[in-house]
Design a binder for this molecule. Structure first.
Ligand code: FE2
Length: 383
């Protein structure tokens, strides 16, 4: 790996170990929550995460070096590419000039533009909506010196869409901010209907729209402004996609910035869930097609998570590069999809990673990328 001033000083070994028992149908690169901003490292509001904002660029650089060693069908960044602080000066309580955010996005996108795989998907996270208008996210933003646009919609302009990376496989991208007080994006005013819905569930919102509500309990913790919901039309579309997949004996991988399963939230807090997560979970776990859903992959929560339900669907939460511990190249990975399972090959944020962890005393990171196998039961072909 080329040396750089921001590099954590680690090397990234070859991405593709393969060696799995089944032929690989396709490979993709995966990272989430780069959330870069040019500010000093610090703790989050709740004191649970030490965020190394500038080091996120070094992790992104490592990720591109790593991805470039594999033949990838696509790369997916699962939301929150730059931080809210790129757009807003919290000390002065005012928006910063738009050029400032664009310059910081450019630092990330110039790195991602070095990717040999040019097929990137970017899901919408809350920080996208703090920094850009919905139309910018739809049409794409290409900062100076970048060949890769930062664009969250498909060619038809939809923030939720599906595609077929290989026969027998379907990728579904959700917009978990379909219903959001910020759905219009930066400086476009709040969405009145979403604000009303939020008020119904969180009495604090009438007093202050803040990311730190008090008095919420259990899974009710999700009713905060920085989360959002999946609208009725999208929900019906999702069910249609899953039904079609079942009819075609396809496996499905769902991507959503916000979390879908409570078991993957940090300490079971529920804080990072989709507002109407139960609707989405019911759709994903529907007995007619639940076994076709190989995985639901989220970001947003930063600390990582992994849970497998009774259908064998894996709920994965990617760790954030902001939380990479000193000397760690990751977190990021390449995923190999085969009929036998999803093989994640890559790096975690540190030895206590929920996906790529290590036993006490083990060298971390090991000389070779780590492997996490997510096995899949056979999909029964219809006669
Ligand atoms: Fe987020």
């Amino acid at each position: 790996m080329p040396a750089s001033p921001d590099s954590p000083g680690t090397t990234v070994a070859c991405a593709t170990l393969s060696g799995g028992p089944d032929p690989v149908a396709f490979r993709f690169g995966l990272l989430a929550d780069i959330q870069y901003t040019d500010v000093d490292d610090r703790c989050n509001h709740t004191g649970t995460q030490w965020r190394r904002y500038r080091n996120s660029l070094a992790v992104a650089r490592n990720a591109i070096d790593y991805f470039n060693q594999s033949d990838l069908s696509f790369v997916l960044h699962n939301g929150d590419i730059i931080d809210h602080q790129c757009a807003f000066d919290f000390a002065k309580d005012e928006f910063k000039p738009k050029a400032e955010g664009l310059e910081q996005l450019g630092r990330v996108m110039r790195i991602l533009s070095g990717s040999q795989c040019k097929d990137w998907m970017f899901t919408i996270g809350n920080h996208e909506l703090y920094n850009f208008t919905a139309s910018e996210l739809r049409e794409g933003v290409t900062p100076e010196g970048c060949t890769l646009p930062f664009k969250c919609a498909n060619d038809e302009g939809s923030f939720f869409f599906s595609r077929t990376p290989a026969p027998g496989w379907r990728v579904v991208v959700l917009n978990s901010y379909d219903v959001s007080i910020y759905s219009k994006g930066r400086e476009q005013g709040l969405d009145v209907d979403a604000l009303e819905l939020l008020r119904k569930h969180n009495a604090n919102v009438d007093k202050w729209v803040s990311d730190n509500p008090e008095g919420l309990e259990g899974l009710g913790n999700r009713w905060v402004p920085f989360n959002g919901g999946v609208g009725e039309e999208q929900l019906e579309w999702l069910k249609g996609q899953l039904s079609e997949a079942e009819a075609n004996d396809e496996r499905v991988i769902v991507f959503s910035h916000l979390l879908v399963h409570p078991e993957t939230t940090a300490n079971g807090s529920g804080r990072t869930l989709i507002w109407n997560y139960q609707d989405v979970l019911d759709a994903v776990e529907d007995e007619r097609w639940g076994k076709n859903v190989a995985a639901v992959v989220s970001g947003h929560q930063h600390e990582g998570g992994l849970y497998t339900n009774d259908n064998g669907t894996h709920f994965v939460v990617m760790e954030s590069p902001m939380l990479a511990e000193p000397g760690q190249p990751g977190p990021f990975c390449v995923v190999e999809a085969s009929s036998g399972g999803l093989r994640m090959i890559g790096y975690g944020k540190g030895p206590n990673s929920k996906i790529f962890g290590a036993e006490e005393g083990e060298q971390y990171p090991p000389a070779e990328p780590m492997v996490k196998d997510l096995p899949l039961a056979p999909v029964e072909a219809k006669a």
